[in-house]
Design a protein around this ligand. Structure first.
Ligand code: SF4
Ligand code: SF4
Length: 245
């Protein structure tokens, strides 16, 4: 998650550090971890999930998410809404496992690891830490299969998630943002549309004077027309200009 704080130094794992883990259907804990979770979604998580579910981003947000505001950054936090008590199950868990497995969120891919990332103000140098989560009841961590953090990143297809998430982080830590004030309603709305409600952002880009105002060239127009990830990257660039100038 882009706003997590760094773990204590003794808990940090380097890319070459190793841990034991294997998750299998025949473990007694199968599916128990997919409930009662606070699971913040990144913009790329939402892009992948709404695409996998073949629904409009607006529908995804209203049907599957819960909105809150991060007190530190003033940015919105969009979390996956869990089902009713007592199970409070993730809406995507089935007796067979995760029904959006190929497009599961970054936090689910990272598990049993957590990731904390930040960018030093001024230098814009990226720092990232991985660490083992405290997960009572998970039998997978007693299994024999050994992973390095790097191999786990690869195996779980994490790189596009972390890359795009770090762009979000750059925005949150934008050097020109006045950190003494929360985002106002207009800024919040811009973040919600450009980061999380991509189908509405697409309409805004193509059906207003946006392309001309921001002098978007033909090559970029064609790319964002075909590719939601390119559109999301345009959203970050737009917010960098529209929020803080
Ligand atoms: S998205 Fe999938 S892996 Fe993640 S909590 Fe829900 S069911 Fe589990
Ligand atoms: S609790 Fe751990 S081992 Fe069990 S299903 Fe969840 S991730 Fe896999």
């Amino acid at each position: 998650m882009f706003l997590e704080s760094a773990p204590s130094p003794e808990k940090c794992l380097d890319l070459t550090d190793t841990f034991a883990f294997s998750c299998r259907k025949d473990l007694a804990c199968f599916n128990t971890c997919c409930r009662n979770k606070h699971l913040p979604l990144t913009p790329y998580d939402i892009l992948r999930l709404k695409t996998a579910l073949k629904i409009h981003s607006d529908e995804f947000l209203s049907q599957y998410t819960v909105y809150s505001l991060d007190q530190d950054s003033g940015f919105p936090i969009i979390s996956l809404g869990m089902g009713d008590a007592p199970q409070k199950a993730c809406p995507f868990v089935t007796p067979e496992g995760c029904r959006v497995y190929n497009d599961r969120p970054m936090a689910c891919r990272l598990f049993p690891l957590g990731r904390s990332s930040g960018i030093s103000r001024g230098s814009m140098t990226k720092e990232e830490f991985y660490y083992l989560l405290d997960i009572p009841g998970c039998l997978g961590i007693d299994e024999k299969q050994i992973w390095s953090v790097e191999a786990w990143q690869d195996n779980q297809g994490l790189l596009p998630y972390t890359e795009i998430n770090d762009r979000m982080l750059e925005l949150v830590l934008h050097a020109r943002k006045d950190r003494t004030k929360p985002l106002d309603e207009s800024q919040l709305q811009k973040v919600m549309v450009a980061c999380y409600n991509l189908d509405v952002f697409r309409e805004f880009v193509f059906k207003t004077g946006f392309l001309e105002l921001y002098e978007i060239d033909e090559k970029t127009r064609s790319k964002i027309n075909d590719d939601d990830t390119a559109l999301l990257n345009l959203g970050f660039a737009y917010l960098g200009r529209a929020l803080f100038l």
